[in-house]
Design a protein around this ligand. Sequence first.
Ligand code: URA
Length: 236
Amino acid sequence: MVGISMVMRLDFFLAHGTGLSRKQVKILIGKGAVRVDGEERPKANTRVVEGQGVWLHDEPVQLPGHRYLMLHKPAGVVSATEDGEHRTVVDLIPAELRRDLHPAGRLDRDTTGLVLLTSDGDWSHRLTSPNHACGKRYRVCCADPVSDEDLQALREGILLRGEDRPTLPAEAERLSEHELLLTITEGRYHQVKRMLAARGNKVEGLHREQIGEIELDAELAPGEFRVLTEDEVASI
Ligand code: URA
């Protein structure tokens, strides 16, 4: 499994916990107003890990209200809150942020990339509701070359095995012989893999890059997360 860190940048933590802007928070950190358990001189990019205390002007800082996070899901982790066997996406988030946290939509265990997590049930309902038609963009690596006919079929809609209505129109762009970007607005069971299977192909690598307007932050390594910005939260 790719390295997993239960970490959050100090400036994100403080901005979220206090309602101050990241800029204001950085100034306070620079002035030495912030203490972090076990860190002599914390900086804005100091990683706060599970169990560490954070104080601003000697007052403990905790994270309020609903939480909205993006996670770069590594392979091998399941999109659930609990699992008897495998590590879950919620296990990758520090304990102090976990209350009521759930993934808004799922990825298969072997799929990597963007997972949104929240404690706000209405927000996750909007995100996953079929009426909301939120686009999800995947980078798909296929065993066999992808033909023009395949692209056309993916765009028009494909009748999946065992179903009686075709998938909704999708956006499909070939990146190389075996690789494409596919944007779908539904969330049927194993949808991307089944769409390619219906074309006689096999998905060998699947990575989600975007949900609606929210793109996976390129600075997040697999296993890392960050708090969503206000604009990102409002975009759903
Ligand atoms: N489609 C799939 O087949 N798997 C995923 O994880 C997401 C979309």
